[in-house]
Write a protein of this length. Structure first.
Length: 604
């Protein structure tokens, strides 16, 4: 059934891809026609201007004005067509990528967030949150750095109960806005922001003004260009005083030299940001014109409106001012500066803009990021209509999951399980043979719990739980830089978990094959002590182990520990895994069979 749903959804994405591609091709043809029209219009316009000047001088100037106005409108309309073509090609790409996700389980086109990976985080590395084939890459549809940061943050830190409910409502609403979400994503594909660009921008926002508070400089910016222009006029009318006329340009040169370092510093803070901000404007404009109903979306949207002024227009103005300042990179820019102090005038305009919008720009970008990361979760929910929103409440004393599975594993391969575990002073000890499903089950629980606490849908039929900080120890590595073995690295990790359990209150831990780097006697003794200490801390969690002897602890722990296992059948020399968790201690072994399968001879 689910495979059929995926095929239908994939077909929908493919059809949309073809529709947008067809529209883009039509716009391309239209754009070519307007290129020809522009050329013809230019030739005809120049001819008409010449004829008008032959009639009389006034008619000639009127013809120039009319031509420039009409030709400008023609260019703007042509640019609109070109932008629409690009946007529709991006929409086609968005649907092509989504079809690849739901049909072929290919999601490598999306950014993987590897830069957010922190090996010291309580669970990020163990849960495969970031990197290729990660949960982040599977869900992420944000393109701006701010949007990706917000998505990563939601996976790394649990929201509170109120925010989780608000996010669920917002994600539910956005999941029904397929066209709007894809437009947001398509505009975002044009964004190529870098961390250093954002750093330059935020640093510039915190810099002090140097033109705005300088009254004398502002007067000079008006008077000095007039002196320079009068000097040039003098060159034509008083050729015998050519040197005197050139002297009139000296004040402008001195002012430009004095403030060159300030202007350079100012320009460096905003130059690289212009293209990025221009693209941000498209995303924000799309948010501004959309109608929302859920509380969280309305709150975030409200950031974009201030005293009747829309944020997209302010950013458009900001982008325009930066582009004008960028003209200083033009070889002929010295003419604008020597006769008009161009750089200083636009630095002043930018300082005025900063004075009004400094605090708001950060809010705008933050609010834009919220829409991007919520849209990512909404896309995740849309692509998985079988997933559900969990019930997260403070009075929930147990974690109850029905048919919970790993969200990244394909539907036809995914095996789901049920679990009902007290969330205070309780451990599920999970035994089983190699490759039986223990580690996958631990990750299944961890990933769905963090998704639940982010406000997302989860891969389950039912999930009820309270908020708990997750800690895990599943993947420990040698730390050569610290001269640390993997065993000692695991001990340090376990110490962190024990401290958290005792100091933070109840946590939820996921421990895979604990103390695997030592001999069996040490492992058994250490594991037993660890289990007892964790239960005393009133925390709860899952511990997988090959140490079957730990199973005898169940009878002595007054219900605080339960044995569960994964079994494997050997049929005619072949291993048969069902990946279903069941009560009890594992009775199956498969290491010998696995060794035989790869060609290692085992003496009977």
């Amino acid at each position: 059934m689910q495979q059929l749903i995926n095929m239908q959804l994939g077909e929908k994405y493919i059809n949309r891809q073809e529709e947008f591609r067809t529209i883009a091709d039509e716009l391309k043809d239209k754009s070519f026609k307007y290129s020809v029209i522009r050329l013809v219009a230019f030739v005809i316009g120049v001819g008409l201007i010449i004829l008008a000047f032959k009639f009389n001088l006034i008619a000639g100037f009127v013809a120039i004005v009319l031509f420039l106005l009409s030709f400008y409108r023609l260019i703007q309309y042509h640019i609109t067509i070109q932008e629409a073509e690009i946007h529709n090609r991006q929409l086609a790409k968005v649907n092509e990528w989504e079809a690849a996700v739901v049909i072929n389980h290919q999601f490598g086109n999306f950014k993987n967030g590897v830069e957010f990976l922190d090996p010291n985080h309580p669970y990020a590395d163990d849960m495969d949150l970031f990197g290729d084939f990660s949960l982040f890459q599977f869900i992420n549809r944000a393109n701006s750095l701010q949007g990706q940061n917000a998505l990563a943050e939601s996976m790394l830190n649990a929201a509170d109960y109120t925010l989780i409910q608000k996010r669920q409502n917002a994600i539910t609403e956005l999941s029904g806005k397929l066209d709007w979400r894809q437009k947001l994503q398509a505009y975002g594909l044009n964004i190529e922001d870098k961390p250093e660009d954002y750093d330059h921008l935020t640093n510039w926002l915190d810099k002090e003004d140097f033109v705005l508070p300088n009254a004398l400089l502002k007067v000079a910016m008006i008077v000095v260009p007039i002196i320079g222009i009068l000097g040039i006029i003098g060159i034509f009318y008083y050729t015998e005083n050519l040197l005197l006329s050139l002297v009139a340009l000296i004040p402008a040169g001195l002012i430009l030299k004095k403030y060159l370092a300030h202007v350079n510093n100012h320009h460096a803070g905003v130059e690289a940001s212009e293209k990025v901000l221009h693209k941000y404007k498209d995303l924000i404009s799309l948010i501004e014109i959309e109608k929302f109903e859920s509380e969280l979306l309305l709150v975030h949207k409200a950031h974009f409106k201030l005293d009747g002024q829309m944020a997209s227009k302010s950013i458009k103005r900001f982008s325009f001012l930066i582009r004008q300042l960028n003209l200083r990179n033009n070889p002929f820019a010295f003419l604008f500066n020597i006769f008009g102090l161009w750089d200083l005038h636009y630095v002043l305009k930018l300082e005025k803009w900063r004075k009004v919008n400094k605090e708001y720009l950060k809010d705008w970008l933050s609010a834009m990021a919220q829409f991007e990361f919520l849209a990512s979760y909404a896309n995740f929910a849309y692509n998985h209509p079988e997933f559900i929103y969990p019930k997260i409440t403070a009075d929930q004393k147990t974690l109850k999951a029905i048919e919970i599975g790993h969200p990244i594993i394909q539907n036809q391969q995914r095996v789901c399980n049920d679990i009902n575990i007290p969330m205070d002073a309780h451990i599920r000890l999970i035994t089983g043979s190699n490759m039986g499903g223990k580690s996958t089950f631990l990750r299944t629980m961890g990933i769905n719990m963090l998704l639940a606490m982010a406000g997302s849908v989860v891969c389950a039929k039912v999930l009820k739980m309270p908020i708990r900080q997750i800690y895990s120890s599943m993947r420990t590595r040698d730390a050569l830089s610290e001269n640390t073995s993997s065993f000692y690295a695991e001990l340090k990790r376990l110490k962190i978990i024990l401290d958290a359990a005792e100091e933070e209150g109840p946590i939820f831990f996921l421990l895979d094959e604990i103390l695997k780097g030592t001999n069996s006697v040490d492992r058994h003794t250490g594991s037993k002590a660890l289990i007892q200490q964790l239960i005393k801390s009133t925390s709860a969690g899952l511990i997988s182990t090959h140490d079957l002897e730990l199973g005898v602890m169940e009878d002595k722990m007054n219900g605080h520990l339960e044995n569960w296992c994964f079994e494997v059948e050997v049929d005619k020399g072949k291993l048969d895994f069902d990946y279903k968790i069941r009560r009890g201690v594992s009775k199956s072994f498969n290491a010998t069979q696995l060794m035989k399968d790869i060609g290692i001879r085992i003496e009977e």
